[in-house]
Design a binder for this molecule. Structure first.
Ligand code: ATP
Ligand code: MG
Length: 211
């Protein structure tokens, strides 16, 4: 029985919130591995200028290096057009032939699932594991998703993970303002950000569109 976890995100940059959520879910569900998939062009963040995919990919590679259960895929980055999770899960099925796929999200992302491309079919082909995240109420999950058929609601499960009030947008803001990011992400990730002077420029000023 092969159980595959998939952790999607912009990862601009990856931080301990992502890693703790993925590791918590991996353990709870006894996943064989978790593949991190940095988004190419996220449909939900059209107004925010995302860092080069090569940088985001390199950062995730550094971040997962010390965990034998974690891998990284450049599948969304290499695929042209918008990055839809539905296409990604289909591709993961084809490539790895797992018995079960668990798509790992934070509480904020899972609450938006009703607006996702082909979300009903998506829920048919993978389970959603919603990691708790400070500032987002998972209690609202059942309320908002009530309109879904019961067999699909069952496919979405919350998992309690250690609460880390860390976000990529806060990290970008901190870098821009010269405030510390130490202990919010792995040292190798911090070193890469500092050495390439990521998040210093005006490009990352328009923060109002992303949380
Ligand atoms: P941004 O601030 O740019 O939106 P982010 O910190 O939310 O960045 P994303 O790349 O948007 O990071 O998130 C990828 C996935 O990780 C999402 O499902 C998100 O809910 C989850 N996630 C991010 N940070 C945390 C955290 N601190 N705890 C739990 N889950 C998290
Ligand atoms: Mg986010």
């Amino acid at each position: 029985m092969m159980k595959l976890g998939v952790m999607g995100g912009t990862f601009d940059p990856v931080h301990y919130g992502h890693l703790v959520a993925a590791e918590g879910v991996r353990y709870e569900y006894r996943l064989d591995k978790v593949i991190f998939v940095p988004a190419g062009r996220p449909p939900h963040k059209p107004n925010y200028r995302i860092s080069d995919p090569e940088h985001r990919l390199a950062l995730v590679r550094l971040a997962v290096a010390s965990n034998p259960f974690f891998e990284v895929s450049d599948l969304e980055i290499e695929r042209p057009g918008l990055s839809y999770t539905y296409d990604t899960i289909r591709e993961m099925r084809r490539l790895h032939d797992p018995d079960e796929i668990y798509f790992i999200t934070g509480a904020d992302a899972v609450l938006e699932i009703l607006s996702w491309h082909r979300f009903e079919e998506l829920l048919e082909i993978c389970r959603f594991i919603a990691a708790t995240r400070p500032g987002y109420e998972l209690g609202g999950l059942t309320g908002r998703l009530r309109e879904l058929p019961a067999h699909l609601v069952e496919r979405i499960v919350p998992v309690e993970v250690p609460a880390l009030a860390i976000s990529s947008s806060d990290i970008r803001r901190r870098v821009r303002e010269g405030r510390p990011i130490k202990y919010l992400l792995p040292e190798s990730v911090e070193a890469y950000i500092l050495s390439r002077a990521l998040y210093k420029s005006e490009l990352h000023q328009d923060q109002s569109f992303c949380k």
